[in-house]
Design a protein around this ligand. Structure first.
Ligand SMILES: [Zn+2]
Length: 212
């Protein structure tokens, strides 16, 4: 048997069925996530019902709009487009996004001097999908870097603004420090498989800055 060792880390994103909505084209979402991570990690987006493939990491993508009713605990993160949970310092392999918050953010924005509301629907949908895709890419950064930290520039900026949709993917890179940390995280593939003793007391921290 011939086994080819790949040096490229593969992360598989499992899309839940409720993430498939007409006004947030999933193809655009997937393209954004893949483009922003292309320099570092190959992201494979698995649509509902498609066969899974071997991957170094598998992360589930969920949608939380139905959880945003007043009084729901998730409502405390008002404004976040997406989030990921940390338990005992470990990022959980589930990313939650809110297409509804992305819709609201883009609907209140202007694009090249025009109100987004006045733009053709297809362009509004594309901008909204870009916001969702860039949010997912950011949350994957928390997952892969195993850190809740933010940076002043690049992919791990604390806030995503409507005008950021006009920026090319090259403005959503990792910093040199983050690349060094990521390289350390991804290189020791054997070490990742070693079991670790769980701490006695579980603590939960959420990486959810004001906007994303
Ligand atoms: Zn963040």
């Amino acid at each position: 048997m011939l086994t080819l060792a790949s040096s490229v880390t593969v992360l598989q994103l499992l899309v839940s069925p409720e993430a498939i909505v007409a006004d947030v084209p999933i193809a655009t979402v997937a393209r954004e996530v893949r483009a922003l991570w292309a320099p570092y990690v190959e992201v494979v987006v698995a649509m509902p019902g498609t066969p899974l493939r071997p991957a170094d990491h598998t992360v589930e993508l969920r949608v939380a709009d139905r959880l945003l009713a007043p009084g729901h605990p998730a409502d405390g993160d008002r404004g976040s487009l997406g989030w990921i949970e940390f338990v005992n310092g470990d990022p959980q392999p589930v990313i939650t996004v809110s297409p509804e918050r992305a819709r609201r953010m883009m609907a209140s924005a202007s694009y090249l001097g025009q109100s987004v509301r006045s733009l053709p629907a297809a362009l509004v949908h594309r901008l909204t999908a870009m916001a969702v895709g860039r949010t997912i890419a950011h949350e994957l950064g928390h997952y892969l870097l195993r850190s809740t930290a933010h940076a002043s520039t690049g992919l791990m900026r604390a806030a995503l603004r409507p005008q950021h949709m006009l920026e090319p993917a090259s403005r959503f890179r990792l910093t040199a420090d983050q690349i060094a940390a990521l390289t350390l995280r991804l290189a020791p593939a054997v070490a990742r498989t070693l079991p670790t003793e769980p701490p006695a007391v579980a603590t939960t921290a959420r990486a959810s800055p004001p906007v994303w």
